[in-house]
Design a protein around this ligand. Sequence first.
Ligand SMILES: *Cc1c(COP(=O)(O)O)cnc(C)c1O
Length: 422
Amino acid sequence: MMELSERDKNHLWHPLTQHQTAKPPIGVVKAKGALLWDEDGNEYIDGIASWYTTMYGHANEHIIAAVSEQMRQLDFVMFSGFTHEPAVKLSERLMEILPANQQKIFFNDNGSTAVEAALKMAFQYHHNAGDKRDTLIAFKEGFHGDTFGAMSASGIASYNAPFEDFLLKVIRIPTPQKDNLEAVILQLENIIAENNVAAFIFEPLVQGAAGMKFHTAEGLAAIIKKCQENGILCIADEIMTGFGKTGANFACDQLEQKPDIMCLSKALTAGMFPLSITSCTQAIFDRFLSEDVHKGFFHAHTFSAHPLGCAAAIAGIELLQSAEISEQQKNIEKSHAAFAQKIRNHSKVAEVRHKGVILAIDFNVKMERYGTLRDQLYQFFMERGVALRPLGNTVYILPPYVISEEQLQKVYDSIEGALAIV
Ligand SMILES: *Cc1c(COP(=O)(O)O)cnc(C)c1O
């Protein structure tokens, strides 16, 4: 039998890959906890929890049991005209942990479609009241997904360039930092005065794809407040930050002002199943109630509220609320703080920052987002049994909560090794 990576080449097209120059992908045959194994028997620590999804570890027995049981009971049924226990129960469990103003749960099947639904909900919310609003506000360097609406909201040009002419109208503002809030609010007021703004969409507190960039909770709350005073719906994209990564269940828990709409995916199902949610307030839901059928939200995906995804999500929330996982979150946070302290003054470290289980280090070297040095760094980590994906010159860790102290130490050691050679 040819190697997986050889057979892969014949028919597969990978995401975020320039196939002319990319190295062959690594054939992964097994995963457990924080570890991945390739077809040659090499072991890797999954330092970013496979795009921040498998936060309770790969092949988690609790999640497996819940999904297997659900599979035998009810595999799938369409969600229009039908409902089922896993969807109802998941909505009840989410009400216990989401901000209190979130009352309704709309299901989608991936992060981008959760954002797409949020944007359509926001536009139609105004449309249903006869208010024509056509503009979105988003943060510079935000990332919200790859479908057209989500891509429009995203500000990372290396992904969007070929499609610029086909996007929604979006005006970008800088993220609020310690020294710019007054200027940002002023800019926001001008944008609001000169446009018909439907919604403001943002990644709360941490911009993932931008390179784990942080902004202030006070500043974000002030922006949300200003938007809401002007009837602009605020959409928190918690697809990356949700389910315990920032030191709270949701980044929005740390905000004085709550969003109107939230998007959840990734860790929602512990990485077991593609599922996503767009939640909203009662007031938004009520705006779609009418004797006129066309005022309803006519948006659906075939696999809406897939019972297996819902079962995985319920089991995931049980783990999120367990004493073991909260203890692990605290341990990781403490280890991150100590490691950040240790490398802060290294000559090759421009900045190191951490929040919850997220740790990011900006290397003091010039690196293209998809450049050679970035690829060498990626390779350097893989050769040391650590799977990380540097974003430009930012190396970040977002480990599964179940990572052991020893495994985490090995990740830190590999980063110190990289700092020594760049
Ligand atoms: C990953 C991500 C998305 C897109 O989710 P997909 O499931 O990849 O479509 C959107 N927003 C944020 C913040 C993300 O991290």
